[in-house]
Design a protein around this ligand. Structure first.
Ligand code: CA2
Length: 147
């Protein structure tokens, strides 16, 4: 069975508690349920994780190699700063979709830069929590059709 790791970075554990005008009212637990439902529909395995620590996120990515077939990564603010995360994604060689709740391109200039985009298959942003099931479908489709 195809298996995906869905990994969430710093502060995303706070979803649903603050800044609902930007990030909506859903919690990370709600998003995990959305992902589980989508995975059931598509007959995929998923693992879901969150960390506020760059090193722990990197450890998750390293451990995904040989266990999962693809990665969905909302790296939070590390997206815009972390060469180390970019290198981790690149080193696993796992097809990766970069995901954001908000449209990072419509926000502050520093959010327009993404180190993850350089090593990702593609990027989904701006659709709120609905972006997670979209990313699952897009990654499953990518894995099914790649040469
Ligand atoms: O839009 C996204 O998904 C982001 O990855 C979210 C990050 C932000 O730094 C990125 O530029 C875009 C921030 C996550 C913070 O989440 C919070 C949730 C509730 C309250 C405060 C922060």
């Amino acid at each position: 069975m195809t298996s995906l790791l869905i990994l969430n970075g710093p502060n995303l554990n706070l979803l649903g508690t603050r800044q609902p005008e930007i990030y909506g009212h859903v919690t990370l637990a709600d998003i995990e349920e959305l992902c589980a439902a989508k995975a059931r529909d598509l007959n995929l395995g998923i693992a879901f994780a969150q960390s506020n620590s760059e090193g722990t996120l990197i450890d998750h990515i390293h451990a995904a190699r040989g266990v999962h077939d693809g990665l969905i990564l909302n790296a939070g603010a590390y997206t815009h700063s972390s060469i180390a995360l970019m290198d981790a994604v690149s080193s696993t060689e796992l097809p990766t979709i970069e995901l954001h709740l908000s449209n990072i391109h419509a926000r502050e200039a520093f959010r327009h830069v993404s180190y993850i985009a350089r090593v990702a298959v593609g990027q989904i942003c701006g659709f709120g929590a609905a972006g997670y099931p979209m990313a699952i479908e897009a990654l499953a489709n990518h894995l099914e059709h790649r040469p």
